[in-house]
Ligand binder design. Structure first.
Ligand SMILES: Nc1ncnc2c1ncn2[C@@H]1O[C@H](COP(=O)(O)OP(=O)(O)O)[C@@H](O)[C@H]1O
Ligand SMILES: [Mg+2]
Length: 367
């Protein structure tokens, strides 16, 4: 994407590109009126292929306008012009979670448990604030999770930031990138729209199939993020995007204690529930998960309930299923091409979702 800067934003100085996604450029800038650094996300409306980008951008601006949450990045200003769209948001001094994943995978679980649970709890609050506005994020993943630290040297390495977080865990989690948000209160989303959109490594089965999505869709992605933080591995990792999606639809995630034998059983139940293929079996809402984790932090004699008692035994939600239909996948592959991370398959979503339901029929129980 070529660099451009609209005249209307010329008051913003010291532009530094900090992110360039498929749908826009993200700059850190200095805003002299506010006397602080802020962030501008920007697209130039020019080429005919930007229709989707425009839709996505407007969706992001509208959603950010609607949500008030300590755990969702705050929008300060927005511009919807014939030749560009942009919004300004608070600058989050710290890091996105994806930069911490490698150093975190080298840390023993006991040392990082508190950090992970704090992070998950704050994510739950952000999701709950989004969900109570009838909005579903649909793209929760480490690069869209920002961690704000009170004091951090500029350009600190991820290793240093992580040490800081583990030693002094007063950090604030902020969810960003609301470009794929679905508004459940809009009539078009009452049934699924067969739109296939999201990020393969974190996508919930119903989202991959273009079926009806719900707040539980974000809880699945949260489950994948959480699993990765604990084990250092994505539970559905495969060599390519299509196999990854197939894994979300059919494979049971490897047991966490294979990688982390000391991982507490009650938390294991929770993560496995979040990763249920059927959204109805995920059990938690973001709010309920947050209060469960809060309860768990109390000393046992003060807890209102024992976690084991409220969760179904693992066997009731363990299903083994396998399918293969190479021909279908080859056809889908032709359509999709190998994209990097973001899958947006607008050309013929009916075809794609037809393929997935066909694959669903091929599924055989192997228990
Ligand atoms: N408010 C912010 N403060 C600091 N960094 C940010 C902010 N917003 C985005 N970023 C950085 O820019 C990256 C891309 O931003 P994002 O909104 O996720 O755009 P994209 O749609 O391209 O994924 C993020 O992963 C993060 O590293
Ligand atoms: Mg992003």
């Amino acid at each position: 994407m070529k660099a451009f800067w609209p005249k209307k934003l010329s008051h913003l100085q010291q532009r530094e590109l900090i992110g360039a996604g498929q749908y826009g450029l993200v700059y850190r800038v200095f805003n002299p009126e506010l006397d602080t650094h802020t962030v501008i996300k920007l697209i130039e409306v020019q080429q005919e292929n930007l229709q989707n980008a425009r839709k996505r951008f407007l969706r992001e601006i509208k959603s950010l306008n609607r949500v008030r949450s300590e755990h969702i990045v705050r929008m300060l200003n927005s511009w919807v012009e014939p030749d560009f769209l942009a919004f300004e948001m608070e600058f989050i001094q710290g890091t996105s979670l994806d930069r911490l994943q490698v150093p975190l995978s080298r840390i023993p679980y006991s040392r990082k448990e508190k950090f992970i649970l704090d992070l998950v709890e704050q994510l739950c609050q952000g999701l709950a604030d989004l969900h109570c506005q009838d909005l579903v994020h649909r793209d929760l993943k480490p690069s869209n999770i920002l961690i704000q630290l009170k004091e951090v040297a500029e350009h600190s390495s991820p290793e240093n930031i992580l040490q800081e977080l583990l030693d002094r865990p007063d950090f604030l989690v902020k969810i960003t990138d609301l470009g794929l948000v679905r508004d459940l209160s809009a009539s078009a989303s009452i049934t699924g729209t067969k739109e296939f959109i999201g990020t393969a490594a974190y996508v919930a089965p119903e989202q991959a199939k273009g079926e009806k999505i719900s707040p539980a869709t974000d809880l699945y992605s949260l489950g994948v993020v959480w699993y990765e933080l604990i084990t250092g591995k994505n539970p559905f990792y495969q060599k390519n995007i299509l196999k990854t999606i197939e894994a979300h639809l059919t494979l049971e995630p490897p047991a966490i204690n294979l990688f982390v034998p000391e991982f507490p059983l009650d938390l294991n139940h929770i993560v496995m529930l979040l990763l249920q293929k059927d959204p109805k079996l995920r059990y938690f809402t973001a709010q309920r998960l947050k209060s469960t984790l809060e309860e768990r932090r109390k000393p046992p004699e003060e807890q209102r309930f024992q976690l084991q008692n409220i969760l179904p035994p693992p066997d009731t939600y363990r299903q083994k299923a396998e399918f293969s239909c190479e021909r279908c996948f080859r056809r889908v592959q032709e359509q999709l091409k190998e994209r990097d991370v973001l899958l947006v398959v607008d050309p013929d979503p009916d075809f794609l979702s037809g393929c997935f339901s066909h694959l669903g029929e091929q599924k055989g129980e192997t228990d």
